[in-house]
Design a protein around this ligand. Structure first.
Ligand code: GDP
Ligand code: MG
Length: 254
């Protein structure tokens, strides 16, 4: 299996080198014919892209796609997903750059792709946890999950999970390149699409550890975008008879 790890970055120079070392050490132990890493950087003023270019893996298993300006997490993942499709990878992993997502779980998540289309690194199933997350972030996450699950009738416990492994065909089937969220609503949008389209989704427990360097890009504007989109998707679904819903999500093929 050829796997590409997609990591969106904006001002992550303080955290990225540590994650790249961890991934470099993981590569030989993963049963995969390729475990490559693509950083999608939005022209970070702190020189994040230079950290990538200075890494010994650069030009081999590590590459960087530098965009002209900050366009959001969802937009970065769409660009990375296009690169994965063009590069003929069998699987894609999505993860944050700040060390919050335990890279050590990647082999187990890739193994689960043998029987599933999408594996969510989940904080909210038995065995999952969050560490050092401030109360306000725990409350925000709890509210975002409760709201998305209720509004869209989702059964996924961690609908906003940012650590995911996908079979590449599932990225196409779920219409990830057709998603419209630019910010963190991207994760909810994909959970919703996967459930509606009947993809085989499994939640794998992970421990999410709050970053120890750099700053979060979560903002009230990002949260508001996600909340408004969830409302729009719900209204759109209510206006549509259920057989038409999945067709509308996927759109015309090719
Ligand atoms: N390319 C890109 N990456 C982003 C953008 N916003 C956030 N990220 C990255 O998305 C990941 C998650 O962001 P983070 O600030 O850690 O969010 P939090 O974990 O919810 O506090 C990190 O790797 C960020 O650098 C963006 O606009 N563009
Ligand atoms: Mg983070």
């Amino acid at each position: 299996m050829r796997c590409l790890i997609l990591i969106p970055t904006y001002n992550e120079a303080a955290t990225l080198a540590g994650l790249l070392s961890t991934l470099s050490a993981l590569r030989p132990v993963v049963e995969s014919s390729a475990l490559d890493v693509l950083i999608i950087d939005d022209n970070s003023p702190d020189g994040t892209a230079d950290v990538v270019r200075a890494h010994e893996g650069f030009g081999d298993w590590l590459s960087v796609l530098v965009r002209t300006s900050k366009e959001g997490l969802g937009s970065a993942y769409r660009a990375g997903s296009s690169a994965a499709l063009a590069g003929d990878y069998d699987a894609v992993v999505q993860m944050d750059a700040d060390g919050s997502h335990p890279a050590a779980e990647i082999p187990a998540m890739l193994a689960l792709l043998g029987t599933h289309d999408v594996v969510l690194g989940s904080r909210y199933v038995r065995g999952g946890a969050t560490v050092n997350w401030p109360l306000r972030r725990r409350v925000l996450s709890w509210c975002a999950n409760a709201y998305a699950r209720r509004m869209l009738g989702l059964s996924t416990r961690d609908a906003t999970a940012g650590f995911r492994a996908w079979r590449t065909e599932a990225l196409i089937d779920a219409g990830v390149l057709r998603t419209t969220s630019n910010g963190y609503g991207f994760q909810i949008e994909n959970t919703w699409r996967c459930e509606r389209l009947g993809l085989r989704v499994v939640e794998h427990p992970i421990t999410f550890t709050e970053r120890t360097a750099g700053v979060s890009k979560m903002s009230p504007a990002v949260a508001a975008e996600a909340a408004a989109l969830v409302l729009r998707w719900r209204i759109g679904e209510r206006a549509m008879p259920s057989p038409a819903r999945s067709k509308a999500l996927v759109g015309p093929r090719g």
